[in-house]
Design a protein around this ligand. Structure first.
Ligand SMILES: Nc1ncnc2c1ncn2[C@@H]1O[C@H](COP(=O)(O)OP(=O)(O)OP(=O)(O)O)[C@@H](O)[C@H]1O
Ligand SMILES: [Mg+2]
Length: 261
């Protein structure tokens, strides 16, 4: 990677301690660099540590060890107040959309601006402009329950973009959607990356999402990165997990579980 990466994780380790259970290492000495303006995928099966890795990029998950450098600044060294400001630079969308049911669409999108203490008029204007950019102007006054899954995710995307972040984190953002709706959302995300230059990090277990969107991916297994690769050129996965993910090998014999659920 030539230019300075926008995100650089070094030796990040995160262990969960639960009473009455063995401790669980969700991230095990992970180092990863994400290029500015790229779409970076994090793939792997359930429990591999993908969400924990994603959430450590904005320090929603604080590592036990290691550093998280974003835009040249070590977030692990920042006081909580400064960290809250920096988080506005990182939008996030989720599989289950996480919209507030008792707020209208436009009020949901305004929420991050309200937290940032932007005044009422300015935040309404910015929320409406952001809703227009995801094609949802006519739903501004609706409540989330009246929207389709795809529309709900567009609201989630608008809410993530309203603070004009330069990174967008997506945790299984299309896993609750049907294939056609998924493609619409993937196109929207690709446009956001290309037109606004926003760096997009997508967690997924779907090869389709990887192929449609990613410039580069990291394949995770048991809290570690098994393999990184560049897409767009012929790929030759070496790790058993990546070979399985890309349909090149049978399921590796042990170390993780797949269910059909
Ligand atoms: N708050 C927590 N407390 C205890 N264990 C946790 C917590 N969060 C995650 N874990 C454990 O850490 C491991 C990694 O979890 P993570 O959610 O990052 O996996 P994932 O790859 O995102 O899985 P999935 O595809 O199912 O979402 C799992 O074994 C999980 O049970
Ligand atoms: Mg997850």
């Amino acid at each position: 990677m030539t230019a300075e990466p926008i995100v650089s994780l070094s030796n990040v380790t995160k262990t969960y301690h639960q009473r009455g259970q063995d401790e669980l290492t969700a991230l095990d000495d992970v180092s990863l660099q994400i290029g500015r303006g790229t779409v970076h995928g994090i793939a792997g099966f359930s429990g591999a540590g993908k969400s924990t890795l994603l959430r450590s990029i904005n320090l929603l998950e604080r590592p036990d060890r290691g550093t998280v450098v974003v835009n040249g600044e070590d977030l692990t060294a920042l006081p909580e107040r400064t960290l809250r400001q920096r988080r506005r630079n990182v939008g996030m969308i989720f599989q289950e959309f996480n919209l507030l049911a008792n707020r209208t669409v436009v009020e949901n999108v305004e929420l991050p601006l309200r937290l940032a203490k932007v005044d009422k008029k300015a935040r309404r204007e910015r929320a409406l402009a952001t809703l227009a950019s995801v094609g949802l102007t006519e739903k501004a006054q609706s409540y989330p329950e009246r929207l389709s899954g795809g529309q709900k995710q567009r609201v989630g995307i608008a809410r993530a973009l309203v603070t004009a972040p330069d990174i967008l984190l997506c945790d299984e953002a299309t896993s609750a959607l049907d294939p056609r709706t998924t493609d619409g959302i993937l196109e929207l995300l690709a446009g956001i990356n290309q037109e606004r230059g926003i760096t997009v990090v997508v967690v997924t277990h779907e090869v389709h999402v990887i192929n449609a969107l990613c410039d580069r991916i990291s394949v995770m297994e048991s809290g570690r990165i098994a393999e990184n690769f560049e897409l767009g050129t012929p790929i030759a996965p070496r790790s058993p997990i990546a070979r399985y993910l890309f349909g090149l090998a049978d399921r590796p014999s042990r170390g993780w579980e797949v269910t059909d659920a």
